[in-house]
Design a protein around this ligand. Sequence first.
Ligand code: ADP
Ligand code: ZN
Length: 750
Amino acid sequence: MSTLTPPKASSPPIARVIVDVALDKEFDYKIPDDLRGRLEPGMQVKIPFGHRHTEGFVLGFRESSSFSGLKAISGLVQEDALLSPSILKLAKWMADYYMAPIEQSIKTVLPGAVRKRGASFKKQLFATPGEKATQEVELAPLRKQAPKQAAALDILLSGEQMLMSDLVRAAKVTHATLRSLEKKGFIHIAEGVQGRDPLAGQEFLRTKALELNSEQAEALEKICRGVDEPTLKVVLLHGVTGSGKTEVYLQALSHALEKGRGAIVLVPEIALTPQTVERFRGRFGEGLAVLHSHLSDGERHDEWHRVRKGEARVVVGARSALFAPVHNLGLIVVDEEHEGTYKQEESPRYHARDMAVLRGQMEGCTVVLGSATPSVESLQNVLDGKYEMAKLGIRADDRQLPRMKVVDMRHQRYEGKPTLFSSDLVEGVRLRLNLGEQVILFLNRRGYSKNLTCPECGHVPECPDCSVALTFHKKLGYLRCHFCGHAERVPERCPQPDCKAKDWQYMGSGTEKVESQLGRIFPQAHIRRMDSDTMTSKHAYHHVLGAFRKGEIDILIGTQMIAKGLHFPNVTLVGVVNADATLHMPDFRAGERAFQLFTQVAGRAGRGDVAGEVIIQTYTPTHPAVQAARRGDFEVFIDEELEARKALYYPPYCRLICVHFRGEQEQEVDFVSSQVYEELNRLLGGDPNINLAPPVPSPIARIQKNYRYQMIARVPKVKQFTRPLRRVLAHLKLPRQVQIVVDVDAISLM
Ligand code: ADP
Ligand code: ZN
């Protein structure tokens, strides 16, 4: 028996390599003998490329290549693969399912800060005690002759090692003092790696597990049983705002750690506030890594490697933290699972919640989807028996849910004209300000183009076939359905038989208008606006939230940015200025989103000792989403919503794929989209399960000089559509000026 292992003859000679420049292609490279059998997918390699050298990732292997004159891999960038087999599998799966280039997919699962050439740890000098440091015979003379050195040594001896610079500061000595200690053999000084900690300099109070109420305990039990098993289990944790979902997560995470398993917690980027991080840090200390887009490259690199090395076993982060290299993953928590921001709006257009379930399946772990307002998709999965449900129906802190009041704006006039603020809201704000309490006013600005509302009866013109509000196109002067393309003239009178009013109101006032009008009513109040126009940096965001927390701001006006997970005990009134902007979005999810939003916004009120109040202003007070939010009647709302979705063949009863066409010449965009449509129609022809609508201009018809068309397919299974689409795109000779973007499981139809 030989102790030398010869190169494995059976291992394939060719590697599929993805080159780290923006190319949607895999390249074949010969594997040199010294790497045969050693190379693994996910390894970073050095390769000749054209006339230069660059780096790439090994995606897989093959026996032969159709290319002649293959070049060989010249070496490894690192010894071990940066991508684990399961993350690599996930990346490949995403590329296929979401029709994204594999290279984009790899970039998504591996942060640039880690992938980049030259990414490395920051080296710094560390001091550690030497042997003499504990020998009293040596120490006694030192204390006498060099008391400062002895004192520094004492400080060092209270721990294992210290950064030189920290020790200098703590002992109030110079570097030279430490160098003489080194010379005398009391300490060693060596270069080491210092993790760049994004939370450095912040103190966190360690917290202990709270005693759970019976609902929480039951939910925890359900989750922990999953963590104990090596298979996928999905638990939908449906708990009203303030019901203590986070405490359940924390204890479930502790359980996973006790079982030797790691965990990931996803929160929407916007909810990743210092407040949220604090709660997790408080429980897990150094064992927690934080990953999100506001970290510096250095911080991200270090956090990622702390996870990879197993130094941090719990990761909290936004969407892409799902791909963190956690070993023996036991639990993934997706908080606010209904949030649309979990869908990435660039290639690969993946949904982090869905990918969490997929990763859970690949790694045999438990996935918890938490929300006060779960998505209909997840609820349907519960009904289908795929997910388990755990419910938290009461607030954990015994505080009452806020009182909700719906104000009918049809009857609100100021000096005879329709007004932005009802008298209820104005008086409510006045009262709260007098009491020294705080107010949040919420306004959805995402309604970019205005829909019509009858100011007399509240009627909103809708598409006859799609049950979505028609959008008013000012330039063309007509109403259009952004779903099927149906178009009609603006009716001269309200079509409601018992109304027939003559004037239409064009809905949609922005946060800016609200800010200035409110300033006129309350000239003494400190008012701040928080939306994507004013919040251009993370500092601005933290600054305003900090000022609000300190009470320096009385009224905070904002978009969805302020609807999420914030906890301000002194906020006692939350106003939704124009609920209609959310209700009548040209999207079949409008009702669901509105309900979620009202419920979430309401959750911001009354988180302190004073009971909260919510005022929703709307021209359609009878809308089911408004009424359900007012009554807090989730079940009824969902039942009706699911019924409607089923009848109209919308998700979750089908898969929806949106194909976008973009280009500077409208005729070309039109031409290309029709061609693709016709070819597809020919291939799919007559399949009654497939509903492919002809291309229509997108709701936002032109962005940055580009005309936009879209084509929506509704199918039982995604592959039934993406397979033929791939074929069509490969065969048709389409003008390159038109860009085609495929959005699988689209949630934004803009
Ligand atoms: P959610 O995540 O469901 O919105 P939180 O976890 O933020 O709810 O809990 C709301 C408040 O209730 C927090 O202040 C939390 O500390 C407190 N809380 C949670 N669970 C308990 C419990 N079992 N006993 C006492 N207080 C609790
Ligand atoms: Zn329509």
